[in-house]
Design a protein around this ligand. Structure first.
Ligand code: PMP
Length: 360
């Protein structure tokens, strides 16, 4: 007889299931918004050298000071304004753990990154959802500001996952000026957006503004698990006090330091992904049954008849994996396609074209 935990588990956690990225090994994996390009040799070599000279018998620096210094230098801030974590995910969780709890609401704008609501719920933080427009996914700005007035925290995602659009800076300005909430801007994908899209420079003047970044996307280090937050030193201090002390291990710290120092070498990769996004979008435009939304990120959201079936056939007949969102509220028949290399994108378009021909 198996153990019945239903009355033992913390009530807020009942019903949660392990995260399932619906991964199947495929030749072309465009399902998780990773950077599918090879790391430039110079970056790979810098990382290799850093790893070789990292002792494993000692505990990590719990405050990741060297890494925070390198990140602080990247953004022209002080170390005291930077926090690192085991992926952006850990930082999100810690933010809700620290500033959430019963009676302290989080405002989200779905469809967005589903972990906001999941982590907040685990932290017993009520979630108020201000749904985006069903057709173009634009934000209902007045409703968002109104909902945030008595909230503890509001999160906006720029560019948003999975819709790909940026948040207008005026919206963030209004959230800061017209509410008393902590304002979290998730910029996990901002390197793929035009220069000037980030609000990281606003943090110094706006102590309630927090900006989340990750090395999982532009830096091509999703497997490393390293994300960071730029925020007021008081927020960083609070998070430092409650975090898992060694969640960013010695190998992750050494790799991240090397990669962030070598960031100029990654520019051509990011430029190529942006160019590929435009080329992919043009080619997808030739598939008449497919609707797509403009994206400033490294993925494109599309709507296509029988999306789940299309996703399955891409996987089983063409060994191409994309993410099915058709089950998610507001995303009926939607697939999210990560922008890959030129060869990967071409393979995808050819597969979709041949599926469409069959339908005709
Ligand atoms: N924010 C957004 C919008 C994301 O899409 C993701 C990853 N899918 C994250 C944060 C977290 O990324 P990571 O934990 O890999 O840093």
């Amino acid at each position: 007889m198996s153990l019945d935990l239903s009355k033992r588990v913390r009530p807020a956690l009942v019903g949660f299931e392990p995260y399932d990225p619906a991964f199947t090994p495929c030749e072309v994996n465009l399902s998780a918004n990773e950077n599918t390009h090879e790391l430039p040799v110079a970056v790979r070599e810098a990382i290799n050298a850093a790893l070789v000279s990292t002792p494993l018998n000692r505990y990590p620096d719990p405050l990741s000071n060297e890494l925070r210094d390198v990140l602080a230098e990247r953004h022209g801030v002080q170390r005291s304004s930077v926090m690192v974590g085991n992926g952006g995910d850990e930082i999100l969780f810690n933010l809700f753990f620290a500033f959430g709890g019963a009676g302290r609401t989080l405002v989200t704008c779905p469809p967005d990154f589903s972990e906001y609501a999941n982590f907040a719920t685990m932290c017993e933080m009520p979630v108020k959802r201000v749904w985006r427009n069903a057709d173009d996914f634009s934000l209902d700005v007045d409703a968002l500001v109104e909902a945030s007035k008595d909230a503890a925290m509001v999160v906006v995602t720029s560019p948003n996952n999975p819709t790909g659009d940026l948040v207008d800076h005026a919206v963030i300005r209004r959230l800061l000026d017209e509410t008393d909430a902590l304002v979290l801007v998730d910029e996990a994908y901002v390197e793929f957006a035009p220069d000037g899209s980030s609000v990281i420079d606003w943090v110094a003047e706006n102590p309630r503004l927090m900006v989340l970044r990750t090395l999982s996307k532009a830096f091509a280090l999703a497997g490393l698990r390293c994300g960071y937050l730029v925020a007021d030193p008081s927020i960083i201090d609070e998070l430092s006090a409650i975090r898992q002390i060694y969640s960013v291990d010695v190998l992750a710290q050494a790799t991240a330091v090397a990669a962030v120092k070598a960031r100029e070498e990654l520019r051509p990769v990011v430029s190529d992904i942006k160019a590929e996004r435009e080329r992919l979008s043009l080619r997808l435009g030739n598939i008449t049954s497919l609707h797509q939304w403009p994206s400033e990120a490294n993925f494109i959201l599309v709507r296509i008849p029988h999306a789940s079936q299309v996703r399955q056939r891409l996987r089983d007949e063409f060994s191409i994996l994309v993410r099915d969102f058709s089950y998610a509220p507001g995303l009926a028949d939607c697939l999210r396609i990560t922008v890959g290399t030129r060869e990967e994108n071409d393979r995808l378009v050819e597969a979709l074209t041949s599926l469409e021909k069959e339908e005709a």
